[in-house]
Design a protein around this ligand. Sequence first.
Ligand SMILES: Nc1ncnc2c1ncn2[C@@H]1O[C@H](COP(=O)(O)OP(=O)(O)OP(=O)(O)O)[C@@H](O)[C@H]1O
Ligand SMILES: N[C@@H](CCO)C(=O)O
Length: 287
Amino acid sequence: MKIKVPASSANLGPGFDSIGVAISLYLTIEVLGESDCWQVDHSLGDLPRDEKNMIVQAALSVKPDLHPRRLRVESDIPLAHGLGSSSSAIVGGIELADQLGGLNLAPHEKIEIASQLEGHPDNVAPTILGSLVVGCKVNGHFTAVKAPVPPFAMIAYIPAYNLKTSDARAVLPAEMSFKDAVQASAVANTAVAALFAQDYEKAGELMEADLFHERYRSRLVPELEIIRNLGHEHGAVATYLSGAGPTIMSLVDPQHISDFIDAVREAGLKDEIRRLEVAPRGAFWQE
Ligand SMILES: Nc1ncnc2c1ncn2[C@@H]1O[C@H](COP(=O)(O)OP(=O)(O)OP(=O)(O)O)[C@@H](O)[C@H]1O
Ligand SMILES: N[C@@H](CCO)C(=O)O
């Protein structure tokens, strides 16, 4: 029995803490059998191999009396790179508890639990539902709405350096003026409307007009402006900082992928580039 959990890319520009898209990199959790204590076999560096592992912690937060298991975890989601690795671990743990504990949780219940653990729904909601999802907290609970799948390749430029979410949040201001907040949310609202209307030319312009976070974070990720400008000349509909960075995500028309990647390389940017897709399906079980 295996759980496959997609990665995710949050914010899409102005959708700070609210919008995210599931993408085609996967965390796989295989249940090897019962055990005396939780054991997590993996080759993901220093991550815990016992019940302190985030996957097990998430599972136990849902069902504290879950009998320990031995798990094998594999992942092609880079850690602390803005591709939602922690959200995928949390969602994987919730799926584990759901299946092993026979809980039969509904998607909205999984979104509630996962968003409480992560603090916001932008990564966990698409990881659960698949595709592009917009969510928020309202009246003390989390809610989310799934949007049409954008018909673009997701080209990720993944800088070699790590950027912890906590560090990328530490550079944000504690407050915004009322006037600035109104303008920033107007941009975000119109971006969401364009994504649902599938007017991607308009959506792209608005996704690049964020006023909440990118201007503060771009000094931590100087490649963002370079790639965004290249995208305008080489077939990208929009380029944004993926989650808390440092990954930079570009939505590229499939026929322009090679041209776009060549332009990034010619600009001297040498770190990893992945050709990804929107994952239309959220976390699922395989026998
Ligand atoms: N497969 C995993 N198993 C256990 N813990 C994990 C796993 N993947 C990620 N984590 C935990 O999540 C942390 C990374 O979380 P962080 O929020 O900094 O980055 P991210 O989730 O990759 O990026 P972002 O939230 O910006 O998209 C890791 O240091 C580790 O503690
Ligand atoms: N919306 C979050 C994503 C990372 O958790 C941020 O940009 O900080």
